[in-house]
Design a protein around this ligand. Structure first.
Ligand code: ADP
Length: 262
């Protein structure tokens, strides 16, 4: 699925949450929306999802494969969504959590129990939790729970996967493992994915391209290498200033990239 965001301006009352956003998300890529807290990342993700609509007072449009979906809500957009605190259903096993989206499908599209069994078993393998089907969420670690959340989102085979700080609540080691795993999984599935994060390192590691956002505006779009080696402006330099990546050195709050790598 190709997604285009065109001249999108979103108001909350008089507050401009998104200010003339133009963005094309390529089929199959993993795009990270990176920026400080309050910059509009979640709002943009929610608008792509259809959880927030383009109202009459707003401007612009969102296209899925050239079709305007601005007025369509989440049910009609063929997406999977994973939030930071995406609570699994506590009273349901891992199996039933993953199968949930398949069971609530309209009757005509509903799979047989046999087909659901096969599919959930496959997904359990994919998230490397074979043997966990009958556990309840409280019997899982935080990282395992987020993997189940991801499997649940993927069960209905969405064309687009939207992730809002999916590993935000986990400790550093688990985050690092999950990042690696997500990257491999996303590449294997080739599903168009948008990931919201305020973590530069996370964006660098998993994204094919990064969109740096500040105060509702796009500051830069590029591959991790482009953004980190050639920050477009003062904001991007300062925002990335506290990371030390590509063997860059931090001096005076600025990011200086080791020239031997350029
Ligand atoms: P981020 O995800 O980058 O932290 P958000 O998109 O959540 O930022 O929020 C951007 C700005 O829009 C914030 O100032 C937030 O308070 C405001 N905002 C978000 N949603 C609403 C809403 N439903 N009503 C009013 N203001 C909102």
């Amino acid at each position: 699925m190709k997604i285009e965001v065109k001249n999108l301006t979103k108001y909350f009352g008089n507050f401009v949450a998104l200010d003339n956003i133009n963005l094309e998300i390529v089929e199959g890529e993993l795009l990270a929306l990176l920026g400080p807290s309050g910059s509009g990342k979640t709002t943009l993700l929610r608008m792509i999802a259809g959880l927030e609509t383009v109202d009459d007072t707003d401007k612009g449009e969102i296209l899925f494969n050239n079709i305007d979906v601005s007025k369509k809500d989440i049910g009609d957009r063929d997406i999977g969504f994973v939030f930071q605190h995406y609570a699994l259903f506590k009273h349901m096993t891992v199996f039933e959590n993953i199968a949930f989206g398949l069971r609530v499908k309209p009757k005509k599209q509903r799979l047989s129990n046999d087909e659901i069994n096969k599919k959930v078993t496959k997904l359990l393998q994919l998230i490397q939790l074979d043997g966990f089907a009958n556990r309840f969420p409280w019997q899982l670690s935080g990282g395992q729970r987020q993997r189940v959340a991801l499997a649940r989102a993927l069960a209905v085979e969405p064309k687009v996967l939207l992730l809002d700080e999916p590993f935000g609540a986990l400790d550093a080691k688990v985050r690092a493992d999950l990042r690696k795993w997500l990257k491999e999984l996303q590449e294997e599935l080739g599903i168009t994915t948008v990931l919201v994060t305020h973590d530069q390192e996370e964006a660098l590691e998993v994204a094919d391209r990064i969109v740096v956002i500040s105060k509702g505006k796009i500051e830069q779009v590029g591959t991790p290498e482009e953004v980190f080696h050639n920050p477009a402006n003062e904001f991007v330099i300062n925002f990335l200033g506290n990371v030390n990546l590509f063997h860059g050195r931090e001096e005076d709050g600025r990011l200086n990239i080791d020239s031997s790598l350029e």
